[in-house]
Design a protein around this ligand. Structure first.
Ligand SMILES: [Zn+2]
Length: 496
């Protein structure tokens, strides 16, 4: 029976042209060989699974290949290439910096580095996870890097470049490997599926690429797992099952709940997730992704969306204004870190969903400020009169939630219809006591309810400014309510 090789290993690039992403780095390395400008030391930095050691190995193979092609590709057939691919080369030595991190390990390298290569052109040391070396080891390495033997090359790889001694970095040519895009990962997975003659739903591949967070190796490992789970055709549903993901339908139903202000849905959904044993953290990540796509739909439009679900997102995004989509995305991103610290994730998640659904009726701060200013403008227009004329409610443009606060004998409104948050309820029907400004904790940004003359006032004419206590009672009440509302709205942003 043939030994099973994991996909990441089986499909590791053996030539520069097979490398996914990192085109600029590949070109630079090939040019260095072509122009005989190969430096003594290289540092490959980047997240896991972006191809650091793969590139280092390829570069080493190309440098020592006996039959390098015109395009600087290693032949993969000469003895040097074969030895390197089998991990048996005496000239290309791979060291794991995490387990060989002491000064003695580096001293050993320093002793060997001067020997002439046995088969290839260069003696090449590939040190992975180089940031794990001890300080003493770094210093010992530095000595060799300061005066490297002519035929020695050092290739370092690290996920944490900031932990590498600056004096080491300054002696290296540094390459930063970017995350690999979803499209690039998807197309590599497609090739693998084709090579294995497996029928895989494109949506499934896209989901895996999305989950792998820019790491091709992670994507290949996930794909491996998926192929083991399902024989025959692989569906997007299988991806959800294997990786505990929630079906996209839940998110679209949440959009519907938002549209209908259906608060109970928040509890129903979390309860369902909880009972079916879904990972709530995973769900939150998916939720952020969902709102990111809605924000994309609202700002860029269809061309900003990934093809498999673009039409669906264009449709569902109609429930949101652009501002709501941006506010929700921002809110979810801030909530994510708190969620991880939360002792009761279930309640936390319920709260997040409730917040989302309630956002539909939430008035943006900008609108509040505008309304406050408008109201103030109206107050200024009216000199102090005993009984002010009643301004039709409609003109005040007070949000519905706030309407039931008339100054005089209000019609009895059933509690259920009010939907005001608890903080708002205790607003008295009679003129409320003037709240001292200081207690409202309004940030300076909100204060520009300026006591300056309205634009219509002619220069030289004294502006009519009414101090709060002189405002007609009816307006005073609305004004206070709005101010309170603003204070509640801003509470969150003040804390941050
Ligand atoms: Zn070769």
């Amino acid at each position: 029976m043939q030994k099973y090789q994991v996909l990441a290993r089986k499909y590791r690039p053996q030539s520069f042209q097979e490398v996914v992403g990192q085109e600029v780095i590949v070109t630079t390395l090939k040019n260095a060989i072509r122009l005989s400008k190969v430096a003594h030391a290289y540092l490959f930095c980047g997240g896991r699974g972006t191809g650091k050691t793969t590139l280092a190995r390829l570069f080493a193979k190309a440098l020592n290949c006996a039959h390098l092609s015109d395009t600087q590709e290693p032949c993969n057939q000469c003895s040097s290439c074969l030895e390197i691919m089998a991990g048996q080369s005496l000239d290309v030595i791979e060291i794991d910096g995490a387990s060989n991190r002491g000064i003695d390990d580096i001293r050993q390298i320093n002793e060997m580095v001067g020997y002439v290569p046995s088969n290839g052109r260069y003696k090449i040391y590939i040190i992975d996870e180089v940031h794990m070396l001890t300080k003493e080891a770094f210093n010992a390495l530095l000595k060799t890097l300061e005066e490297p033997p002519p035929l020695a090359k050092f290739f370092f790889a690290t996920t944490e470049a900031h932990k590498v001694l600056p004096t080491i970095i300054s002696r290296c040519q540094r390459f930063d490997l970017g995350r690999i895009s979803i499209t690039q990962i998807t197309s590599k997975l497609e090739q693998i599926a084709k090579d294995l003659s497996r029928d895989v739903d494109p949506d499934a591949l896209h989901k895996i690429a999305d989950l792998s967070d820019g790491s091709l190796r992670d994507a290949e490992s996930l794909f491996d797992q998926l192929l083991c789970f399902q024989e025959g055709a692989v569906t997007a549903d299988a991806v959800r099952q294997v990786f505990g993901l929630v079906s996209d339908e839940y998110f679209f139903t949440l959009d519907q709940a938002f549209h209908e202000s259906n608060l109970p849905f928040a509890f129903e959904l979390v309860n369902h997730l909880f009972e079916s044993g879904k990972d709530l953290g995973h769900f939150l990540t998916q939720l952020i992704d969902h709102y990111r796509l809605i924000a994309l739909a609202k700002t860029i439009g269809e061309k900003g969306l990934p093809p498999p679900s673009s039409a669906r997102y264009m449709q569902t995004s109609r429930y949101y204004t652009q501002q709501q989509s941006l506010i929700l995305l921002e809110y979810l991103i801030t909530s994510e870190s708190n969620f991880q610290k939360s002792l009761s994730p279930r309640i936390f998640l319920e709260n997040i969903l409730l917040h989302i659904i309630r956002t539909k009726n939430r008035i943006p701060v900008e609108v509040l400020v505008r309304r406050l200013s408008e109201l103030e403008g109206k107050l200024k227009e009216e000199p102090k009169i005993e009984a002010p004329p009643v301004i039709p409610e409609s003109k005040l443009e007070i949000p519905q939630v706030l309407n039931p606060i008339p100054a005089v004998a209000p019609p009895a409104i059933p509690e259920s219809k009010i939907e005001a948050r608890p903080v708002l309820k205790p607003i008295p029907t009679a003129a409320p006591p003037a709240i001292p400004e200081s207690k409202l904790e309004i940030p300076p940004a909100l204060k520009p309810i300026p006591a300056v003359a309205p634009p219509s006032t002619k220069i030289g004419e004294p502006a009519i400014v009414l101090p709060a206590e002189q405002m007609p009672k009816k307006h005073q009440s609305h004004y206070d309510t709005l101010m309170r509302f603003a204070a509640v709205e801003l509470e969150g942003s003040l804390k941050n």
